[in-house]
Design a protein around this ligand. Structure first.
Ligand code: AMP
Length: 284
């Protein structure tokens, strides 16, 4: 079957109903487009998890952007995205208009409380409700057996896992490893905002994360010391740091004193008008 690009939610539902009626498991890959290898790895992951049909969604979801964020300038590259997905054998691209997802009168939200509070939740207070609301809608429209999320957006992945458990959604949630550029920068659609000078400065994040990882492996367990190792690499090149956190990998609660044998280092920082996030899970 060749790839179809569909804009209408009812049309997507009908096609996915037909897949399921034919006994085919449907895999879902939600994205905002401007695709890169990180997104493509999610397509492969749902296939490896047994999906016979793959639906990728491309939707720059206004609900998850704050007032002064980059909704308007977010890259929209549907043709190039579609070509990449066709190459990978994706069956369906769902690319709705905002008005198809949020028609007049829309007034329902899905919120996950605790795990969304720290980190991104502090700096983007409406973000996760936007994410969980749209992902619930996508789940309801597509009806996937399996859906893939990247651990690049670590807190988002944990939030979706929580939501699926709490609301008994019959969907396997995959958390896929972060795909990086050869020099270690985490791939992101927002990397294309960076000037070549900023692109170099951005490497401070992975340098900091790897220094902290090496110290952890060497036995350092003091959360402040580990946090300082990351911050030291970021504070000069970056214009502003939102957070550098050493946290519990499941709850994302910040570790205040001594770390256990598994922690996640998480970073969000600004270079000019670009906000980058990254993280690294380390275990003894
Ligand atoms: P986005 O289009 O940025 O909303 O991302 C869509 C999905 O791709 C999310 O689940 C992201 O976590 C995932 N993703 C984005 N960048 C990467 C990356 N570098 N490695 C792995 N997954 C990623």
């Amino acid at each position: 079957m060749s790839l179809s690009v569909v804009h209408d939610p009812a049309d997507v539902r009908a096609r996915c109903d037909a897949f399921r009626a034919a006994g085919q498991r449907v895999g879902l890959v939600p994205t905002m487009g401007a695709l890169h290898e990180g997104h493509l790895s999610l397509v492969r992951a749902v296939r490896d998890a047994g999906a016979q049909r793959v639906v990728a969604t491309i939707f720059v979801n206004p609900l998850q952007f704050g007032q002064n964020e980059d909704l308007d300038r977010y890259p929209r590259t549907l043709e190039a995205d579609t070509a990449m997905l066709r190459e990978l054998g994706v069956d369906l691209v769902f690319a709705p208009a905002p008005s198809a997802m949020y028609p007049q009168g829309f007034q329902t939200e899905v919120s996950v409380h605790e795990v969304t509070k720290p980190l991104e939740g502090t700096f983007r207070p409406t973000h996760f409700t936007g994410v969980t609301t749209v992902v619930t809608k996508l789940f309801n429209i597509v009806g996937p057996s399996v859906a893939a999320f990247g651990r690049k957006d670590y807190q988002q992945w944990q939030t979706i896992r929580r939501m699926v458990t709490d609301l008994n959604m019959p969907i396997e949630v995959l958390g896929c490893p972060i795909v990086r550029e050869p020099d270690g920068l985490a791939m992101s659609s927002r990397n294309r905002y960076l000037s070549s000078e900023e692109r170099q400065k951005a490497l401070g994040i992975i340098r900091g994360l790897r220094k902290a990882e090496a110290a952890f492996r060497g036995g350092e367990r003091d959360a402040h010391a580990l946090q300082a190792l990351v911050t030291d690499e970021i504070k000069r090149p970056f214009d502003r740091i939102d957070y550098v956190s050493v946290a519990d990998p499941e709850t994302l609660v910040e570790v205040s004193e001594s770390c256990g044998d598994r922690v996640v280092f998480l970073v969000a920082a600004h270079l000019g008008g670009t906000r980058l996030i990254d993280n690294l899970v380390v275990e003894a």
